[in-house]
Design a protein around this ligand. Sequence first.
Ligand SMILES: C[S@@+](CC[C@H](N)C(=O)[O-])C[C@H]1O[C@@H](n2cnc3c(N)ncnc32)[C@H](O)[C@@H]1O
Length: 303
Amino acid sequence: MRYKTPLRMGAALCIALLLHALAARAQERFSLFVGSDPKTVERMVELAGLRAGETVIDLGSGDGRVVLAAAQANPSVRGIGVDIDAKLVKEASLKAQELGLSERVRFEHRNAFDADLSQVDVIFMWFFPELMRLVRVKILEQARPGTRVVAPLWGFGSWSPDAVVKEPAEVSLWVVPAKVGGYWSWRLRAGGVERDYAAVFEQRFQGLEGVVRAGNRHGIFHDLKLHGDQVSFVLMMTLQDLGFTRHEFSGRVNGDTIQGAVKITLPPKSNEEDEELESVVLPWQAQRSATSAFFAPTGVDVR
Ligand SMILES: C[S@@+](CC[C@H](N)C(=O)[O-])C[C@H]1O[C@@H](n2cnc3c(N)ncnc32)[C@H](O)[C@@H]1O
């Protein structure tokens, strides 16, 4: 483009710089404001299954209707709403005042990405699908295991919901799973013999698979379940000096440890069909490890 005068060129440059500055300052909007209809809000609050003293957050709280409904329905629940639109934040704060909820509910002018998700029990949200996917990363990184996420309409891609209601509006619930994938080890004493177990878990969201070595035996875990910080699985394995056993593990994941119990059902002592099987319940504590004892390094014998 040719400019006839230096003045015009200067003006064009100024406009270009201004536009550039505005673009750099613009906050990304994940969607425009469309308030959830009353039936959907009711379903969302119901599905969240709020308990006394819990804290909820709505990412993109709009006029505040979801947070306010949650606080109204549960007298000891605290609520936080964050929205990119300052006008909506003001409107929601005024509504909270009118409803006498300002003590327990606050609305902040904030990008959803800057919200602190580490101290809340329930996350509500309703963004465009691709932005739901983007926030998924933040939720899985920041929210505590067991945090419930409730959203209408669109989901989180391959992270499948733990519960869905279809009528009168589709609303889904996800429970943030603890991080279990990786290497774990523990020791158990059964039949008078102490054994080391080295487990390898693979995890995709709440889905788990795993294998384990105990002494010179290998096995695959069955019936694995992960719900928030609660994990359980079954192992059927022939143990040296003991025979074919069934282990039922269940415990609570807390960072790099799992604490719980294991029920070990021992092999029958005779061939009698109606013989009652003997079982023992032992405390179970597993520790995360940086490397796995599952594979013996080259040149090292296994027991
Ligand atoms: C579809 S509305 C949902 C409003 C409310 N949650 C409801 O269900 O009634 C989405 C809201 O997200 C807000 N929003 C969009 N992008 C955002 C962002 N990056 N951070 C925070 N809020 C955002 C919009 O201003 C709008 O109020």
